[in-house]
Design a binder for this molecule. Sequence first.
Ligand SMILES: [Zn+2]
Length: 131
Amino acid sequence: MIPDTTDKIPAAGGEPSSPAVAVSAVRAGLKGRCPRCGEGRLFAGFLKVRPGCDTCGLDFSTIQTGDGPASFIMQIAGFAVGFSALVVEIKYHPPMWLHLVVWLPLVVVLSLALMRPGRGLMIGLQYRNQT
Ligand SMILES: [Zn+2]
């Protein structure tokens, strides 16, 4: 049975929604869902944002994140992998080729894995703070 989600959508200019039924824009963004209704899909491809929500009609074109998610992801992944490589080098002194084989693919995989939730998070935060 599919629950009715129309009660989650606040009426335009209506009364403020209670926190108990409000959709978390951050949680919805991390899941790749619409920050207003939490149901419609946010992405058309891996990182391409849909023009609007299929469920509630929110226009996503007004939400622009630019390169914000990429810069945060680069810093997070770069610090995690760089710090890990430094610790492994100090403790075990592996050959340089082993560093390249382990850390370069890891930073690519980590960046790609974090990019979509990071972009969804930025969209959810921007939606929450602009309305
Ligand atoms: Zn929606």
